[in-house]
Design a protein around this ligand. Structure first.
Ligand code: AMP
Length: 519
């Protein structure tokens, strides 16, 4: 019997098995009225209502619904209310500049645009057929709006396949081109990622999950689905602050969370001045990805916080799980430092994932959760899936069944867990009349992992500029986290005979003595 996998399965199970359990503790400090605590029965009702509302608006199956929001119970509901009845959710990074959001909304062809009130000024620039500001007349969407039209036979009209191969989300990511690419993930992709990730991270019905990861980022790595399927409790947090994370862990009995290394560093800092016992000792599992965490950080998570440390490696394009690094019985008797070193590798392939290193050192992967395609970008799709393997753009080694990420083949900087494409920053700087040449590179930084740094050659005929002026200029075009934090003026930039920038040479002095070429 073939029974298509859809993300609604996770919600349906929670509604059937755990209707009276608290499903979500919303952020109390939302700009729109917080939902407080709602049960799984209520989450199910609100998702159905949202789907029925989209029926009434006439949004067809396969129609795109973009949402720009910080973490909230409403965003969590949309993962089901939109995709669960056959539409395509486009969760957008709320930190992006208006022009960037406009590009995504237009490129995805979103008919509906839902925005958080804190980013409502986006609407000066961005529009769609139907615009909804959360907290401003959106209640009917979440109230019991009647029953949605059934979606028993998932619509094959989007995506390259049928049924479970219908597209569920499109996640825009800063990749190797100046423009973000829309990663098209199917129900099957999200289902297999959530199940295997959930299983290997031991997600279970006693879990309390704290959303320290932005849900827009690779659909919160799939945890909105995995935790829901097990009837775990979601605790929403809107702004990341180390002490606040510890307070929520204590208040809600949190058992697991996912985070970029910069968030882990914030928690470790807060722990230094925390009064009394660190909450969650021997209870919390923290799953880290985005950059290779330093061995010392891993050690401190385990000793200072007493939390289990799990690392994963993956990309938006892989839904994201590819490898996982988690303590195993064979390492129990090793010294803590050696254990931390082993956990510092990206880890072993997850079930159903194959890893290969090609002869240029690039990490290639095959799995059931690798992307279907880049939305309306067949050229990029063909390049990234060439030879039937997904090309990650990361460089690494695969030994003893474990992957280690050592460098990056793609021109991407990862700062605070978010990707920044060097070209988009270079493009923005080149728009300034005083800039003649520019190279944007990442340099190692304790707080951000990598610091976006621009090496600039100024035009001698133009008016003199300062670093501050150039940084302010980039702010008009780019999300704040993409703007250079440091600018250095140079007389010239290293280039090859054919005029190509030699980024590895420009990076070299900053990375000298580092074990890996990514941070
Ligand atoms: P994104 O698609 O925004 O989630 O970014 C994916 C990229 O983050 C990967 O291609 C890697 O460069 C980087 N990354 C993710 N996890 C790890 C990890 N555990 N170690 C090193 N780099 C990582």
């Amino acid at each position: 019997m073939f029974f298509p996998l859809t993300v609604r399965d996770f919600l349906d199970r929670a509604v059937t098995v755990y209707p009276d359990r608290i499903a979500v503790v919303d952020e109390p400090d939302q700009p729109a009225p917080s939902w407080g605590e709602i049960t799984y029965a209520e989450l199910g009702r609100r998702a159905r209502s949202q789907a029925a509302y989209l029926d009434d608006l006439g949004v067809p199956r396969g129609g795109r619904v973009a949402i720009v929001s910080q973490n909230s119970a409403r965003l969590l509901t949309s993962f089901f209310g939109v995709s669960g009845w056959g539409r395509v959710l486009v969760p957008v990074n709320f930190r992006l500049a208006p022009a960037e959001v406009k590009y995504i909304v237009e490129h995805s062809g979103a008919e509906v645009l839902i925005v958080d009130p804190e980013v409502r000024s986006l609407l000066d620039t961005v529009t769609a057929k139907h615009v909804i500001v959360i907290g401003e007349g959106d209640e009917p969407m979440w109230a019991t709006h009647g029953d949605p039209q059934p979606w028993e036979n998932p619509d094959p009209s989007t995506g390259s396949g049928q049924g479970e191969n219908a597209t569920a989300t499109i996640n825009y990511t800063s990749g190797t081109t100046a423009r973000p690419k829309g990663v098209q993930l199917t129900h099957r992709n999200l289902w297999t990622n959530a199940s295997i990730f959930g299983w290997q991270a031991s997600v279970n019905d006693r879990d309390v999950y704290l959303h320290t990861l932005p849900m827009f980022h690779a659909n919160g790595w799939g945890m909105p689905y995995a935790a829901t399927g097990m009837g775990a409790k979601h605790v929403v947090i809107r702004k990341i602050d180390g002490a606040e994370i510890l307070r929520r862990v204590e208040r809600h009995g949190v058992t697991f969370m996912c985070a970029a290394p910069a968030v882990v560093a914030a928690v470790l800092d807060a722990a230094k001045t925390w009064d009394g016992e660190i909450p969650g000792r021997d209870r919390v599992r923290i799953i880290v990805a985005g950059a290779p965490p330093p061995t010392r950080t891993i050690e401190r998570v385990r000793s200072d916080l007493g939390w289990e440390f799990i690392q994963i490696y993956g990309l938006t394009e892989t839904s994201p799980l590819l490898t996982m690094s988690r303590m195993r019985a064979e390492w129990d008797d090793l010294e803590p430092l050696e254990q931390a070193r082993l956990l510092g590798r990206a880890g072993a392939p997850a079930v159903g994932v194959r890893i290969m290193i090609d002869d240029t050192g690039e990490v290639l992967a095959q799995s059931n959760h690798n992307l279907d395609a880049y939305w309306e970008n067949p050229d990029a799709t063909a390049v990234s899936l060439e030879g039937g393997w997904f090309h990650t753009g990361d460089g690494g080694t695969f030994e003893d069944g474990h992957l280690t990420i050592a460098d990056r083949k793609k021109d991407v900087i990862i700062s605070g867990g978010e990707n920044v494409t060097s070209i988009e920053v270079e493009d923005a700087l080149m728009l300034h009349p005083a800039v003649r040449e520019v190279a944007v590179i990442g340099i190692p930084d304790e707080k951000w992992g990598e610091l976006v740094t621009a090496l600039v050659v100024v035009d001698p005929d133009a008016e003199a500029v300062t670093a501050e002026v150039l940084i302010a200029h980039t702010r008009q075009h780019l999300a704040g986290y993409k703007c250079p934090k440091r600018i250095e003026f140079r007389d010239e930039l290293a280039r090859t005979a054919t005029g190509k920038l030699q980024k590895f040479k420009l990076r070299a002095p900053y990375w000298e003595g580092q074990q890996r070429q990514v941070n």
